[in-house]
Design a protein around this ligand. Structure first.
Ligand SMILES: [Zn+2]
Length: 372
């Protein structure tokens, strides 16, 4: 079975929209065309020469990677360079490359959500909500017979998305009064006569970037010449926003530190687990940040985490943890991010269903750091 690459991108971007990627990042389609037909996909954390060779030998049409293949500006495509030779090999074999990186880290149901669930955490929240979204409450007054239609417009245009729910609106009924003046073309009522109509007050939340479009779409569907509406800024936008780095949640069964170390090693498939700082007796509240998240030590502590699990811990990160009387575990950059292939697999299966092309996981993707 084959589908267009653009459909695969759409599926990934439901969970990892490119607009939430960090500014310094480079995500999206890096080699190939959106129009390309895809029969077989290879999933990987990194794209190395070995992974490109594996893609060629396995006859795949698309590599989906977490770490950007093309990150900084290329000065040459010469095949005498390692990168140039890889690009040449990919193009010769019609293999496209698509990358979802910090957008996959930060997506509400992205890599960190996957890790938090894998660790058995409940009540999962975002550790560092970013791209702070400003939310508004939009209130529109509608003749009762148009209420259902307008609620549909609210929902279709992104209003009322809260957690696992969308189309969240509230309505109350009342009487609206108005007087159409000379020159008006009223939906109901008479010119120069005080009129009234049974109306619903429909209200819903909407992120700032969607507000203008929603008002425009509502005006198009609203029967009145002048749609009456209120735009109210909300203080709790940050709370609604769950896009961002890292997750924090609670273990349904709190554990002693020694047991928790075993739990992390087993859950993440690690032979080695480094750590620093002071381990509390009982671990209940756990923060996790894939890749290099030692910067989150202060934030995790302020959010009352008993431990932060991340990768790439340096000497002075360990010192900081100790000085802050906080416990941090280093499960490795690879150890926390190798799971991205499972994450991609789940997303593609869920959003493409029976249209999903054959998926393979790169066997040649590896941890560059060795424990001897
Ligand atoms: Zn990484």
């Amino acid at each position: 079975m084959s589908i267009k690459l653009s459909q695969i991108m759409q599926a990934v971007e439901i969970v990892a929209p490119p607009k939430i990627a960090e500014d310094w990042d480079n995500v999206g389609l890096q080699v190939g065309s959106r129009k390309q037909a895809i029969h077989r996909i290879l999933l990987t954390l990194d794209i190395t020469t070995a992974v490109v060779n594996e893609a060629v030998s396995k006859n795949v049409d698309l590599i989906i990677a977490h770490h950007p293949f093309i990150f900084k500006g290329l000065k040459t495509l010469s095949s005498d360079t390692v990168k140039g030779a890889m690009i040449e090999e990919l193009i010769k074999n019609d293999i496209a490359v698509y990358v979802a990186h910090t957008n996959m880290d930060k997506g509400v149901a992205g890599l960190n959500d996957y890790l938090a669930k894998r660790m058995g955490l409940d009540k999962i929240r975002t550790l560092e909500p970013s791209n702070p979204t400003i939310y508004y409450k939009l209130v529109v007054y509608s003749p009762v017979e148009y209420t259902a239609k307008l609620i549909d417009v609210f929902g279709k245009n992104g209003a009322g998305s809260i957690g696992d729910y969308d189309y969240c609106t509230y309505r109350s009924s009342g009487i609206g009064t108005f007087r159409p003046l000379t020159g008006a073309n009223p939906f109901s009522g008479k010119i120069n006569t005080l009129s009234s109509a049974a109306e619903d007050r429909i209200e819903s939340i909407i992120p700032e970037q969607e507000l203008k479009n929603l008002i425009l779409q509502l005006k198009r569907s609203h029967p009145y010449e002048e749609m009456a509406y209120d735009v109210i800024p909300l203080e709790n936008g940050q709370l609604i926003n769950e896009v961002g780095l890292g997750k924090i949640g609670v273990l349904s069964h709190p554990m002693e530190a020694a047991m928790f170390i075993t739990h992390v090693k087993e859950t993440l498939g690690l032979s080695v687990l480094r750590g620093a700082g002071a381990a509390p007796e009982i671990i209940r509240r756990v923060a996790i940040c894939s890749g290099a998240g030692a910067d989150m030590i202060g934030l995790a502590k302020s959010k009352r985490a008993d431990v932060l699990i991340t990768g790439d811990l340096k000497h002075h990160d360990g010192q900081r943890a100790l000085e802050n009387n906080f416990w941090v575990l280093d499960a490795g950059h690879y150890g926390t991010e190798k799971w991205v292939v499972d994450c991609f697999k789940n997303i593609l299966a869920e959003h493409l269903g029976i249209e999903c092309p054959e998926i393979m996981v790169a066997e040649s993707s590896q941890d560059f750091i060795m424990n001897y």
